[in-house]
Design a binder for this molecule. Structure first.
Ligand SMILES: C[S@@+](CC[C@H](N)C(=O)[O-])C[C@H]1O[C@@H](n2cnc3c(N)ncnc32)[C@H](O)[C@@H]1O
Length: 241
């Protein structure tokens, strides 16, 4: 079941458990969190010296309308002595409003699931990463209680579907020609998928996938948490170009 108290306030500890590397080692320079929720991770990042922290949400969650509002949450989590992060509110499906080669590190958990054009977002992450920069993205989650038929067809990445001649191609297979992008199970859960991206040079990334907006569906049919949280996020569909 969804933990009602924490589903928008996970911190760096949760992020670290998800990935097989110590994220703390990558906290330097300019760092971006996609989908910062109520800002716990962002605030914890701000405690590090020599970092400039950025975050994007599409919604103003729980009273966080501007960066100063994060002070209230910092107090709630007993986080003090930090420089406020730079926060923005827009849909990351439409792109990242930063210049090329800007970030050292990008992190995200429980957010890409909700993004409509996931591949565009991944290509955008690549664009805004500096050469040598890294992205640690929690990409997808398979329901554990009951897997609806539409998600059973692609249990590796149920919300990211790639088709060729009407056959589903596994994202990990598609990524075989991209040596610096690795899809893996999360360290703490075989039902969660994470993506590691290491940008080797300043070239743009083209994953060779055409967004099929007509086949893409919003899975959220019930916002009432009294029912199992099965249908949440967006099932994004792509055709191989
Ligand atoms: C389930 S919450 C997770 C928050 C936090 N990462 C955590 O794990 O506690 C998802 C967050 O992503 C943001 N989000 C969802 N879809 C987004 C989108 N398309 N563009 C930008 N932010 C988005 C929401 O505003 C929300 O705060």
């Amino acid at each position: 079941m969804v933990d009602l108290l924490h589903y928008r306030s996970r911190g760096l500890d949760a992020m670290n458990k998800r990935f097989s590397v110590d994220i703390n080692k990558y906290i330097k320079g300019n760092i971006l969190e996609l989908g910062f929720g109520e800002g716990k991770c962002l605030l914890e990042l701000c405690k590090y010296s020599n970092v400039d922290v950025y975050g994007i949400n599409n919604k103003k969650e729980k009273g966080v309308y501007c960066k100063e509002d994060l002070m209230i949450n910092a107090h709630k989590w007993s986080i003090s002595n930090f420089k406020l992060p730079n926060i923005y509110f827009y849909d990351i499906s439409e792109g990242l409003r930063f210049s090329d080669n800007f970030f050292d590190t990008i992190i995200s958990q429980f957010t890409v699931h909700y993004v409509k054009d996931k591949i565009h977002l991944l290509e955008e992450c690549w664009r805004v990463l500096k050469p040598g920069g890294n992205a640690f993205l929690h990409l997808d989650t398979l329901p554990t209680i009951f897997i609806p038929y539409i998600m059973q067809r692609n249990t590796e990445t149920p919300r990211l579907v790639i088709k060729k001649n009407n056959q589903i191609i596994k994202f990990s297979d598609h990524l075989k020609s991209f040596s610096n992008i690795i899809l893996a199970d999360a360290e703490n859960s075989v039902n969660n998928r994470v993506l590691y991206m290491n940008k080797e040079n300043s070239d743009n990334l083209n994953l060779g996938l055409q967004f099929n907006e007509n086949a893409t569906i919003d899975l959220l049919c019930e916002e009432d948490f009294n029912v199992p949280p099965i249908y949440w996020g967006i099932r994004s569909v792509y055709d191989i170009e």
